[in-house]
Each structure stands twice: as C-alpha cells, then as structure tokens.
Design a protein around this ligand. Structure first.
Ligand code: BDR
Ligand code: CA
Length: 313
C-alpha cells in the first residue's frame, strides 16, 4: 500500500521537482493533497505554481489548497532573487486550469488528519512551517495522529544560506519551526548539510533534458534558471537541489545518513535568528526530537530522480 503524504510547499523550482518526483512514484507514495504556503514568493504565486506542476504531471485530480499568506509573527521574507518574480521562472508552463480548493489549507490539514486513521499520513514540508504550526496551534491533537513530518529545512555543519546562521525555510518563520519541532510527532530533517551534497551539475541536467519528455524539459529549464544565482554564490560546478531530498528519503531512505538528536530553533537572537541548533554529539540531555540527516548519496539520488522523471508525460 502506498504511503499517504500531504506536501506543504512554496514552489519554487526545487519544490516543483520534489512534487514531480512524488507524483512519478505512485507505487510508494499516494499524494492526497498539496498545500501552498508563503515563502519563496507570495502565497498567490505559490498556489498557482503548485497547480501548474500538478497539471504538468498529468495529475489534475490532486487537490491544491492555499494556506497561510505570512509567517506567524514576522513580515514575510521572500527569495525572488533565486526563484524569479513568479517563483517558478524558467519553463514556459501554461496557466493552470484546475481550481484552487475553497477550503483553507490549515483547515484541510486538520480535517484530514483528524478523520484519517492515526499514523496513516506523512507530512512533507518543503517551505516555511507556518501552515503546520498553525494547524498544531488550532488543533493540538493532530500531533499524535501524524505518521511523520519529513522536512527540508535547517542546517548545522553547513550553517546558513539566507543569513550566515540560518537556512531559508526556518528563517522565514522561526516561531513556526519551533512549534513544529516541539510537537512530539516523529520528525526527519533534510538540512543544507545534505542538500549541499546533492548538486545539479551540467551532466546531470543534460541527462534530465535528454529524457525528452515534457517533464524533463521543464525541470531542465527550471533548474537552469534557479541555479544561476547559486552557482555564482557558491562557486561550485552544480547548484544544491534541496526539496526533492524529502521525497527521495521516503522512496530510498538508505541514500541518507544522520542521527536522532535534539534540534532547537533560535527565536530570540537577532544575529542567529532561525538557526537550527542540532545536538549532533548529544552533549545535552535534551529530548531527541528529530532525525537530523548529515549526508546524502548524490549519484544514488540523481539515478532515482532520472528513473522517476522518465515516467512522466
Ligand atoms: C529552501 O529554500 C527555498 O528557497 C528552497 O525551495 C528550499 O525549500 C532551501 O533553503
Ligand atoms: Ca521550498
């Protein structure tokens, strides 16, 4: 039986690749819904982009919801400088025709988790954690019903990408990340420590283009656009591919390696706001609330991605 997942996301080119990877893997994953959140760009664009991706994959039946338009306590910080003004610059995708669901994304999360068998739904988070935290605040009983939260977020050994100390998804809404990390549900984090190892080099991008299908062409155009900022920033031969590691972890956990430890989010210091402090060496007695991944197998990841993208239209 495929694992039921809800994807909470701010697409985003790398979010788009994650969604495509999930939709291309129906034997293992049943994507029951997608919820947009404000992050890379504003909520309106993110919700629009999520629907474009679902249509690109030929899966018009997947319901897309809009969640929160801003973080819990702060003004929204966006990343148009990486993702472009629409959040999904690069490919020329048609405007979506499937409707946005009328229900608020936070209410969808609560209703779905409360009505499903406990432990049957996994939340995959690819953006700021606002929607999940708001759902936990509104209905705390969902915490014990979540099978697992698998998130792209945080950084420890690699530290920050939006500030010297913080990773973007956590920095945008640190209070939300704090609520989620304290909620008690099983959590797996794919931080920059992993995603900086998963680089879309020119050879890997070419292989995606050479698949020849619409999805491959779109992914090539997306990543070619979004990596230009990162290539300059890091000076590497490929840009990190963040969010698809969440889906790859669900499909092939053996590609990743890390530790179950305490992870606490900084919410007070201006200098290190949004830092994910991982007690990787267990130097405190703090509760071990997350599995914090540190390494990923890039060749294994790209082989999986290529094989799955080839299945799409
Ligand atoms: C994260 O920030 C976003 O820009 C990406 O989509 C990814 O989720 C990486 O820090
Ligand atoms: Ca994202």
């Amino acid at each position: 039986m495929p694992r039921k997942i809800i994807i909470d996301t701010d697409p985003g080119q790398d979010d788009a690749v994650a969604i495509l990877l999930a939709l291309a893997s129906p034997e293992e994953l049943d994507v029951i819904g997608i919820v947009a959140v404000a992050g890379n760009v504003g909520l309106h664009h993110n919700a629009n982009n999520a629907r474009k991706i679902v249509e690109l994959a030929g899966r018009r039946n997947i319901p897309v919801y809009a969640g929160c338009a801003r973080p819990m306590r702060r003004a929204l910080v966006t990343a148009e400088h990486v993702h472009g003004d629409t959040g999904l610059n690069g490919p020329d995708l048609p405007e979506p025709t499937i409707p946005l669901q009328p229900q608020h994304g936070v209410d969808y999360l609560i209703e779905t988790l409360m009505n499903a068998e406990a432990g049957s739904i996994t939340l995959c988070t690819l953006g700021p954690l606002t929607n999940i935290a708001m759902a936990l605040v509104k209905e705390p009983r969902i915490a014990e019903r979540i099978a697992e939260i698998v998130m792209m977020g945080g950084a420890y050994f690699e530290v920050g990408n939006i500030t010297p100390a913080a990773e973007f998804n956590i920095f945008v809404d640190p209070e939300a990340a704090d609520v989620v990390l304290r909620c008690g549900a099983p959590i797996t984090m794919l931080p920059l420590d992993v995603t900086h190892q998963i680089q879309s080099t020119p050879e890997r991008l070419r292989a995606i283009l050479e698949l020849g299908n619409e999805a491959g062409k779109a992914v090539h155009a997306m990543l070619t656009f979004s990596e230009s900022f990162d290539l300059q920033k890091y000076g590497w031969s490929g840009a990190p591919l963040h969010d698809p590691t969440v889906i790859a972890y669900l499909l092939k956990p053996e590609l990743f390696e890390g530790r179950h430890c305490n992870v606490t989010i900084e919410t007070a210091s201006e200098l290190t706001m949004g830092m994910s402090v991982a007690d990787y060496w267990h130097v405190t007695g703090k509760v071990r609330n997350a599995t914090f991944m540190r390494n990923g197998d890039a060749d294994g990841f790209f082989a999986l991605l290529l094989e799955r993208l080839a299945r799409l239209p």
